[in-house]
Design a protein around this ligand. Sequence first.
Ligand SMILES: Nc1ncnc2c1ncn2[C@@H]1O[C@H](COP(=O)(O)OP(=O)(O)OP(=O)(O)O)[C@@H](O)[C@H]1O
Ligand SMILES: [Mg+2]
Length: 338
Amino acid sequence: MSKALLAIQGVKTEFRLGRARALQAVQGVDLSISAGEIVGLVGESGSGKSVLALSMLRLVQPPGQITDGHILFDGEDVMQMSARALSAWRGRDVGMIFQQPQSCLNPVKRIGWQVAEPLLRHEKIGRKAAWAAAIDLLRAVGIPAPEEKVLAYPHELSGGQAQRVMIAIALALKPRLLIADEPTTALDVTIQAQILELLSERCRTLGTSLLLVTHDLGVVARIADRVAVMYAGRIVEEGPVEAMLTAPSHPYTKGLIAAAPQLGQAQGGRLKDIPGAIPDLSRPYAGCAFAPRCELRQSLSLKACDNAQPAPTTVGSAHTVRCFGAAGSIQSEMRVTS
Ligand SMILES: Nc1ncnc2c1ncn2[C@@H]1O[C@H](COP(=O)(O)OP(=O)(O)OP(=O)(O)O)[C@@H](O)[C@H]1O
Ligand SMILES: [Mg+2]
């Protein structure tokens, strides 16, 4: 794999809940994204995906704060950037797309100017050239009759079209990295996959790296190079998409895949069908956060699961897992002997 474009190491992000308590949303995450790579970030609700995505761009708002770790972008230390450097970096090199496109668009400004705005601000081009570029950008994201749609206002667009416009805006300056946090959740289910395919196609064409936060493992299977699975603030498994989907190692990843009907691996079900819930992230726990829900722990009776954090173990090429019981990482002394 080529050199990382974005590399985060040991990142911890918490929300202070009072003087003595804090919710540990991200609990020491290492993750890297190479140039041109598409990484899927999956995990059930509350696992910390959005907070991690915001942390990567230093966009976490108080009472949230990054308390530890490093964020390197093309070798540059993002944690040390001044407010000015940070805002230039966010405007130019990285972009983010959120769930609700309509709320990110200015309701009283024509679409064309909203698409042209980053070009006018960052590229030395005139209004006429920016307007023409906006038409091209709208065409590239599949907006029909872009010459007319540039004149439209956001309320005249469907949800899918608004998200296409957001993609056009986010990619107008050809950023090197785009973070998309469940960008289609608010859309009609029939067009969600279409929009995600469009997003990946545009990123591939432009050579933009993409971190895609999604619940849709079927889409991840089709478009991602790599997948990271998050649970209770940690990445519990990470690897190439094919290995992750055909030979998952962590019991939680296995559960997610078994519960994804579109992959044809199991009969029906959704993520919430894994019995139990994510632990309260404001209460410290000694062992693996998944242990209380883990079938493997129950069947293997591994002492360590309740007492220590599993370190990453390599289970394949560029494929790591944090599980005491996963293939290749069982340590016999950890078994309960009775
Ligand atoms: N502003 C906030 N204040 C306090 N706690 C927060 C805040 N934002 C997020 N959290 C908490 O951080 C944890 C991780 O939340 P996050 O939104 O990252 O989850 P997620 O994986 O993105 O879930 P979803 O799939 O529902 O979007 C949750 O326990 C959540 O309640
Ligand atoms: Mg989220």
